[in-house]
Design a protein around this ligand. Sequence first.
Ligand code: SAT
Ligand code: MN
Length: 648
Amino acid sequence: MAKSQPQVCSVTRPARYRSSGSFSLASRLKRSNYWFACAFVRPRFMENIAPAISSPSGMGANQPANRAVLDWVEEVRSMTQPENVFWCDGSEAENDYLLGEACRQGVLISLNQEKNPGCYLHRSNPNDVARVEEFTLICAPTKEEAGPTNNWSEPAAMYRKLWGMLQGAMRGRTMFVVPYIMGPPDSPLAKVGFEITDSIYVVLSMRIMTRMGAQASTRLGSKPDAEFNRGVHSLLDVNPERRLICHFPQDNAIISVGSGYGGNVLLSKKCLALRIASYLARQQGWLAEHMLILGVESPAGKKHYVAAAFPSACGKTNFAMLIPPPHFAGWKITTVGDDIAWMQVGADGRLYAVNPENGYFGVVPGTSYRSNPNAMRSIERDTLFTNVALTSDGDVWWEGKDGSPPSAATDWRGNPWTPASQGKAAHPNSRFAVPMRNNPVLDPEVEKGAGVPISAIIFGGRRSNTMPLVFQATGWNHGVYVGSAMASETTAAATGAVGQVRRDPMAMLPFCGYNIGEYFRHWLETGPRLANPPLIFHVNWFRKNAQGKFLWPGFGDNMRVLKWIIDRCEGRAGAGASPIGSVPRPEDLDLEGLEGFSPEMIRALLAIEPEEWAQELAGQEEFFKTLAPYVPPELLEQHEQLARRLAR
Ligand code: SAT
Ligand code: MN
């Protein structure tokens, strides 16, 4: 089933899951005797939250030529029993029609089209506003393959459960078939996916977030064994009790039920481009990472690219679009990607990255012309907002937007809101989906299939203490260790408590589609393949003083840290040696023009406090224990060496 691509070796799957090219639902069910059982299962009553739409003539008929796709869609159709099937082609006319239908159904609210051309608001069910990590599973043949950080289910049992839930689930609904490509189409890493969904919001979002449409079917071609990702999504009744996001890496398949929220249902994104792709990348010798990619150009025209892994809602989009402060006149930052990087070793021994996505799904609250002018310019048009507030003149509002709050608005749940209201106007995890083409600083190489050469990899998280503003790892293995031990305070991007420090290796804890120990090993093995490896750094924009105030201004001023990183890549900037790596001395950072900033503040930002590091070491150790016996010895050795250096 897996087709080898040029420059990468082919996937091998356990014989048990190897099929003759088509994912045969019927045979899977027959094997499990489930077919028989299903005939007697009556679908539960569901309120129809996604009524069928008709397809005007000439629309909704973009059936691909590939027999494997047609057979699979037919299997899902006969299982879910939709009123009709809408084969998407990604055209402008189709998009206009679906936007109209979504507004008619109340799935979208059209915003003031004079102020916000092409912009719409969607409100998700209040029980469904973030990724659900506890209901996200990796269904690999053995628990060991999923590893200690993933929820696991045996695949056959989970297929049985899911297909039971999907029985008749699309009755009275339209089943949309969305073809898409991840990655620049001429990249050897590009992947074709099909998402079947009963949500019109998903279709409209996928058109922004992926290269959606007929080109994907064309690229797939008609060979029955051509590789593509099979994604099935149904809203069901948007019931948290019946919400499951399941990945079958060995089958290149995803089934998501019971949610209508971004990261759970835009199957191209976290599900394919990270969880499934990380599994494929391990097999094929490349890296699928939760990283932004940015370009930095000096006034002299010298350009570097940098990839940075921060957990969700820790400022990847802001960093990828930053505008340098006035003191850095002539420096330019450009965006290749804001969330996901697919990286491979180039012929020259450098690491090359592409952004598999076509749009940004960014956190809205806190975004302003002050914090991220490029994001604000991007979302002035063609944007699908989810869970922000609506003003009386059809504009959108959120906490942290420029200007004063409206005196009255409708909050993200659709209730009246005033500045005196208790709750927030916009949900803390409210999002924008916008085509990357809208970004005024889009990097000119964004479509380059070979990718851009990465000079530095940056790891980082939200840490109120311990972690200095920036430090450099001493080499590849030390850098991998720094990434593997990374931690961050949790955010509203996933359901659960916010603000708790949790280990999040390489920002991939919720996104690694296989055993994390194997993932670390894959990173360690990639190093020696790189004749010119990127330098590895760790940053923390979020360190606080004793009064709980942020010490670093962040946003555009992060350019000062980026400049030091670039200078290190060019062998220019100075640093002090420390037990944790190379840390800039205050004089090594260009802080000119930084108002209200004292020497004590920079000392506090760069300080390595022994008590904090004692705790940090203990925290890392505890985490590695939870991963035993899978942590590669090289990383345990790095940990011990750090402990010894700190004890000196
Ligand atoms: O909700 S998403 O998973 O798409 C965004 C994120 O959490 O990074
Ligand atoms: Mn993300």
